[in-house]
Design a binder for this molecule. Structure first.
Ligand SMILES: O=C(O)CCC(=O)C(=O)O
Ligand SMILES: [Fe+2]
Length: 381
């Protein structure tokens, strides 16, 4: 049976004008974000990694591939320019997304993420899955839609005003994801098609519009809890004006992702790439802090075909570099994500798929034996 908190949208709670968020959203003291506007900032912002995908699309551009590699080895995410999508499209979909969340509740509920029997299912409008009374809820509502393959779209969940824009945006976003996947293969000395072939022609893409209502006490809540993405790569369109996204660097420091230019995108490495690349590329942990202003983001998660084996690619395993993860089906991983996310865990850890030295290292760490931290190191060995 669905949890009773499942039907309570954060936007409605926020509209109630309470002086502080209800206890369901309040973090234990040790989990609270240290500041409301972000973590450590200035020096990193100057060096925030940027990749021009137009240049990356030219296989001879060694310099741009080098920039991509450096971005992946340090932050695990980067700002994207040169994607060719018109600013009017990006602004149009931002506005349409915000307008959706501003519709009256009964309109939005026509796309609700609960079945007729009242069961939760990922697609549609609502909040993320609530499993227990103890789960601290994020200060956000979301609209989650499968966009690829096109035959898998369930248009009853698609608000009519959003549909044509999302269709067009998804095409541009996919071009970015494909170009980045080609660049990532090249950065590892592999053929351009390498990761695209592993993902398959009918790889999936899910869109997540997330609405963060104004929060009376942003210091007490998470907009979106710390997590890694269920994707090979994720393409993000951030709010034009309001920041809040932070990334964990070095396993210990939360750093602000700056408010980007209105025609810039962000790409983040997901856990499925971490597995496929045998940890050459790591999925960064990120979170969103709330603020006194409303905010919206649109994120597209790219995933392999569900029947594919998800495992370290043979070409990236061998000799002094054993496989770090065991094989499972892409679908099993994607299903595990929802259980892991509700608990605030990485899917890789939740499904216990690490093997070999990495697992040994972590067991040693747990036992208090000191080992070097390689959290943000990209290409290992
Ligand atoms: O809202 C954001 O800036 C990030 C959202 C995010 O990380 C996600 O949807 O996975
Ligand atoms: Fe994310």
């Amino acid at each position: 049976m669905v949890h009773e908190a499942q039907g309570q949208m954060v936007q409605e709670v926020a509209a109630g004008g309470l002086p502080a968020p209800p206890s369901r959203y309040v973090l234990r003291e040790e989990h609270r974000p240290t500041t409301t506007t972000g973590g450590t900032a200035a020096p990193e912002l100057l060096a925030f990694p940027t990749v021009d995908v137009k240049r990356l699309g030219e296989p001879g551009d060694v310099e741009e591939t080098g920039k991509l590699r450096a971005a992946l080895e340090s932050w695990g995410l980067f700002k994207v320019t040169g994607h060719g999508m018109p600013t009017a499209l990006l602004d149009g979909i931002r506005d349409a997304g915000m307008e959706f969340f501003h519709l009256p509740p009964e309109e939005k509920l026509r796309h609700a993420n609960l079945t007729e029997d009242g069961e939760f299912q990922p697609e549609g409008y609502g909040i993320d899955r609530v499993d227990t009374d103890e789960q601290v809820l994020d200060w956000c509502d979301r609209l989650y839609l499968t966009v690829q393959p096109e035959s898998a779209r369930r248009t009853q969940f698609w608000p009519a005003a959003l549909a044509p824009l999302l269709h067009e945006y998804a095409q541009g976003s996919e071009r970015v994801a494909r170009c980045v996947l080609r660049g990532m293969a090249r950065a590892l000395g592999l053929g351009d098609q390498f990761f695209l072939d592993l993902v398959g022609e009918r790889g999936g893409a899910d869109a997540r519009f997330t609405y963060y209502p104004p929060c009376p006490r942003p210091d007490l809540v998470y907009g979106l809890k710390p997590h890694t993405d269920n994707s090979v790569v994720t393409v993000l369109l951030l709010d034009r004006d309001v920041g809040g996204l932070q990334v964990l660097l070095g396993g210990e420091r939360w750093v602000d992702v700056p408010v980007l230019g209105s025609d810039e995108l962000l790409v983040v490495v997901g856990e499925e790439m971490e597995i496929m690349s045998n940890a050459a590329f790591r999925a960064p942990t990120h979170r969103v802090v709330a603020s006194g202003r409303e905010r919206m983001s649109l994120v597209l998660f790219y995933q392999p075909e569900p029947h594919r084996d998800l495992e370290p690619a043979e070409e990236l395993v061998g000799g002094d570099r054993p496989a770090r993860y065991r094989t499972l089906k892409a679908k099993a991983f994607a299903d595990g994500f929802w259980d892991a996310f509700a608990l605030g865990e990485r899917t890789i850890d939740f499904l216990n798929i690490k093997v070999g030295r990495q697992q040994q290292q972590e067991l040693q760490e747990a036992a208090g034996v000191s080992v070097p931290c390689d959290h943000v190191r990209g290409v290992v060995n």
